[in-house]
Design a protein around this ligand. Sequence first.
Ligand code: NAG
Ligand code: NAG
Ligand code: NAG
Ligand code: NAG
Ligand code: NAG
Ligand code: NAG
Ligand code: NAG
Length: 430
Amino acid sequence: MTLIKKLLLVTFGVYSLSDVVTSETFIFDSLLGKLNDIPQYAATLGKLNFTELMEKYSLLPSNISEDGKRNFTELANAYGHQCEEYNVTTEDGYVLNIFHIPGKGRPYLLNHGLVASSDCFALRKNNSLAFILAAKGHDVWIGNTRGNDYSLSHIKLDAHKDTEYWNFSLHENGYYDYPAFIDFILKETGQEKVTIIGHSQGTINTFVLGSVRPEYNDKINLFVALAPVAYFKPKGILRSIIDIVPANMVYSELKELGIVQFYGDRVIRKFIQSLCTQKTGSYEICWETSIFPFIGNDAESYEQEFSNVLAGHFPQTIPTKTVCHFAQFTKRNKFAQFDYGTAENVIRYGATTPPEYDLSNVTMKVALFVGANDYMATIEGADKIKAKLPNVVEYEILPRKQFNHFDFIFGNRVQENFYPYLFDVLDKYP
Ligand SMILES: *[C@@H]1O[C@H](CO)[C@@H](O)[C@H](O)[C@H]1NC(C)=O
Ligand SMILES: *[C@@H]1O[C@H](CO)[C@@H](O)[C@H](O)[C@H]1NC(C)=O
Ligand SMILES: *[C@@H]1O[C@H](CO)[C@@H](O)[C@H](O)[C@H]1NC(C)=O
Ligand SMILES: *[C@@H]1O[C@H](CO)[C@@H](O)[C@H](O)[C@H]1NC(C)=O
Ligand SMILES: *[C@@H]1O[C@H](CO)[C@@H](O)[C@H](O)[C@H]1NC(C)=O
Ligand SMILES: *[C@@H]1O[C@H](CO)[C@@H](O)[C@H](O)[C@H]1NC(C)=O
Ligand SMILES: *[C@@H]1O[C@H](CO)[C@@H](O)[C@H](O)[C@H]1NC(C)=O
């Protein structure tokens, strides 16, 4: 492989390593050098030298807190709630985990975002969304889509051995995973409709579902979309990376090398845990340099100790195909199915380009909540979604100016700057 190809491969998974490239951390430095040519990032990224970080932090012990080590059930129990675990099998054979905190009335389904799991709704002690809803007496279900640590089983495939297991994109999460959750919940509860709250990729999957399986619109009472994405118009460093990297080519290269997922590697997970949980230096490296440039800066909402919780649960494994699908959204400026390239598109879809998801099919009631400083689910993207959806009952740009992509679920000020707005809407559509 040429150096440029290697560079592109790693650029594509900028904060991840796979078995093949673990020893080649120097490539990260080349990437950082490349991004350093973009003046707006030079100041922050100039401080990062990946080789040095890897050498230094891989050897340091990590400091994961108690909540960082607890699974969802243990977190729920710790904050005063009973919790049940179920397995749900999709039409295409994936065995997914779903947690349940029993309560009364209409069921709520919480859907996590990219590189996250159910736990993202449970990491802020009794202020966590799952526990706040439960404390109000609601019946709360928390899903885990295919590929994260809770949902790694399949009736035939082995996630650790079969690359075919990871052959999915944003399409399959919406088309298979969510119907399996919804039908299971409705069957278990005897209710007719569920209220869905989704974050980030959890919103994409719901828009996909409502568009390609429109019969599911009737099973959804209200969809609360936090940091909504369909048209993916990120700002800042992520936009620069997507612009630089030829995503389709890199995806094919990775596939040829047998690299089908990111963050599954224990070495990189351990490295991230050590890097992000040190008393000194970690906040600068992990939050200020590695996270805020992607999601929008809101330093007041995150304290270093929270890293010691978060790093135990985040990031989760994702397929390279999903990452590529995201990049296609931005590059093609379309909310559409996976683009396999002209020739293969003709075979699969009967057209040279992939079919677009038709948001006019998404007839469920939708409430859109947008962060003014969200670099991923930007106001520009949300406005475009709003314009295409037929049944938007609420569109709210939250008043806090620094409100970023994570603040909905991880921010330490949700009680003041988010929940009042959320509960206004939930109470309006019980
Ligand atoms: C990173 O550090 C290594 C080891 O100190 C050094 O060899 C390399 O040149 C540095 N890379 C950059 C981009 O500064
Ligand atoms: C969570 O932890 C509990 C208690 O240790 C254990 O019984 C349960 O199987 C775990 N659940 C999952 C999904 O890992
Ligand atoms: C769900 O499936 C996993 C993997 O097959 C298994 O380990 C776990 O015990 C199952 N959990 C339940 C509640 O059936
Ligand atoms: C959360 O826990 C804190 C400290 O234990 C307590 O003071 C507060 O009332 C609790 N809040 C809720 C919503 O349960
Ligand atoms: C991957 O998934 C696509 C779409 O579902 C399917 O057509 C294709 O045959 C799968 N490829 C492999 C190698 O399993
Ligand atoms: C929209 O829904 C109709 C059925 O109501 C379906 O035939 C059509 O394929 C859907 N559109 C898309 C883009 O999936
Ligand atoms: C580990 O983190 C906790 C806070 O979560 C802190 O109180 C403790 O001092 C840290 N220990 C080390 C060795 O950094």
